[in-house]
Ligand binder design. Structure first.
Ligand SMILES: [Zn+2]
Length: 191
């Protein structure tokens, strides 16, 4: 039955990959972590493996996700940050105990305080969101140009002119829509 769940969208930025687990927020929204088990799967893919998750922990995760989305959107628009959403991010950040570990190969890993501690994993995501919203990292928060998406994403392109949260989904759909519009305008054009 697991094949019935929507795939994850993977990105390079932990916090916005997490907000991407709800996509098409302004269209037909797709919930990519519909069950506690799918949150476990998502965390494992992102280097934050836990072996159990309750529905209450899934609720905490979704609350954090929507708080990051609201705060990152305000930051991208240079609006005042929503106080209640900021509070959720800060609470999640403060309530986890995750340690950064350096491997012998020189890579950073996260070590959670226990294998069942979703709260620890959420604290890592909250801290990642804080670092991008606070402008500590090289890049710029922007909103996806797709009107059914409008996801906040972190643009690390050199020119800071990226338009879509994800080239393979929103970017591609936009390109196809433009292609079909051009064909209708120019039916004989080969392009
Ligand atoms: Zn998008």
């Amino acid at each position: 039955m697991r094949a019935a769940f929507p795939d994850f969208r993977l990105g390079n930025v932990l916090a916005t990959s997490f907000t991407g687990t709800l996509s098409e927020r302004h269209g037909n929204a797709v919930e990519r972590i519909p069950t506690p088990h799918r949150l476990i799967d998502w965390l494992a893919v992102n280097g934050l493996a836990v072996d159990s998750c309750t529905t209450a922990q899934l609720d905490l995760a979704r609350e954090l996700r929507e708080s990051i989305h609201a705060t990152a959107t305000a930051a991208a628009l240079q609006d005042a940050l929503p106080a209640s959403a900021v509070q959720v991010i800060n609470d999640r950040s403060a309530q986890g105990r995750a340690a950064a570990i350096l491997t012998p190969e020189g890579e950073r890993r996260w070590r959670l305080s226990s294998a069942s501690c979703v709260e620890d994993a959420l604290s890592v995501i909250a801290a990642d969101a804080i670092s991008i919203i606070a402008g500590e990292r090289d890049g710029k928060l922007a909103l996806c140009a797709s009107p059914t998406c409008l996801a906040a994403f972190f643009d690390t392109s050199q020119s800071r002119t990226r338009k879509w949260c994800d080239m393979n989904t929103c970017g591609n759909r936009q390109k196809k829509a433009r292609f079909h519009a051009n064909q209708r305008k120019n039916p004989r054009s080969a392009e």
